[in-house]
Design a protein around this ligand. Structure first.
Ligand code: G3I
Length: 305
């Protein structure tokens, strides 16, 4: 087990990465992807602005490139994301409530239909809660015009389209036990008690010195798992370098391995060269695709050599 993917598989888990379609032609990028990873998440290509830039005109070419690559290599595909306030075309934010509801359900239906049978898990709703201590919903066109019920409606619509895809709620700053994760926890508990379809919760896990790996990370994953959902680490990256960064990565992997229902880990990119943190070095491979100490720490923590 000398790759991330094979070591994770020996532990019954996938090891994924975010992928950008425009880098797939770069041999070092795709070579590293194919060697190390067993799951992919399109970094931007399945978002609303990419898939439905104008109303009811769907464009899947970039996302299809990633999906086709994943399928040809036997990798799992995480769908990211159907309902999110960001990367949302302005035509959506301009709609009135009734039109917005129709558009949201149509978007979910058309995109999920296109990928039906090919998606392991969908981030149905992304980042619907506020940061800070209020535990309140974040203001967005969906929240402001449709009210609290929009999340439930999105999940019900999603289940009807592709009953075989796992349906996830995904967020950041919910990695430890805090007011924001408490609010998500309360929602998931309510969904489970009322039979609203939800299968998994994604913990983005973007960490840096201001937002380090929480000491109660594992406990937080476990309390969600205990509600009867899978948990996944969906967008992992950790600022820093050397041993400190490696130790933080090892702690994340340990937490997932300790939680039976933690089904996999996805890092938010392959190489530091293309990280969304433009000036940072948060990933497992440096800008020349050399494995960093963080890579070795992840591999050995997974039981690989
Ligand atoms: O596609 C346009 C291109 O045409 C244009 O020339 C260029 C000029 O700036 O911009 C390109 O769009 C950029 C897009 O990434 C594709 O590269 C956007 O400006 C840029 O804002 C966008 O950033 C993405 C960000 O989400 C937007 O919110 C990052 O790549 C992506 O890594 C990041 O991912 C998010 C997750 O989806 C949700 N959780 C947080 C995470 C990190 O922010």
């Amino acid at each position: 087990d000398d790759t991330l993917g094979s070591a994770a598989a020996a532990k019954g888990r996938y090891f994924g990465t975010a992928v950008a379609a425009n880098h797939l032609g770069e041999s070092a990028y795709t070579g590293t992807l194919d060697r190390e990873f067993t799951a992919v998440t399109p970094e931007n290509e399945m978002k609303w602005d990419a898939t439905e830039p104008t109303r009811n005109t769907f464009t899947f070419s970039a996302a299809d490139q990633i999906a086709g690559h994943a399928q040809s290599k036997g990798m799992k595909l995480r769908g990211h994301t159907l309902v999110w306030h960001s990367q949302l075309p302005s035509w959506v934010s301009g709609l009135g409530a009734s039109d917005l509801r129709t558009a949201m359900n149509n978007h979910i239906t058309q995109v999920m239909q296109h990928y039906k049978g090919k998606i392991y898990a969908w981030d149905v709703v992304n980042e619907a809660f506020q940061d800070g201590t209020s535990g309140a919903r974040r203001s967005s066109p969906f929240q402001d015009k449709l009210g609290n019920g929009f999340i439930e409606e999105a999940f019900r619509t999603a289940r009807a389209v592709d009953p075989d895809a796992k349906l996830c709620y995904n967020d950041y700053n919910t990695d430890g036990i805090n007011a924001k994760s408490n609010a998500v926890y309360t929602m998931v508990k309510d969904f489970k008690s009322r039979g609203v379809p939800i299968d998994c919760v994604g913990f983005q896990s973007h960490f840096n010195s201001a937002s380090p790996v929480p000491s109660d990370y594992q406990a937080n994953l476990q309390r969600f798992a205990d509600l009867g959902v899978d948990v996944q680490i969906t967008e992992l990256d950790i600022e820093g370098s050397g041993t400190a960064q490696a130790d933080n990565y090892a702690n994340v992997v340990k937490a997932c391995l300790a939680v039976t229902r933690c089904t996999g880990i996805t890092v938010w990119g392959i190489t530091d060269k293309y990280s969304w943190r433009a000036s940072g070095t948060p990933l497992l491979f440096d800008s020349n695709y050399a494995a960093k100490p963080a890579y070795t720490a992840v591999l050995t923590t997974l039981g690989g050599t």
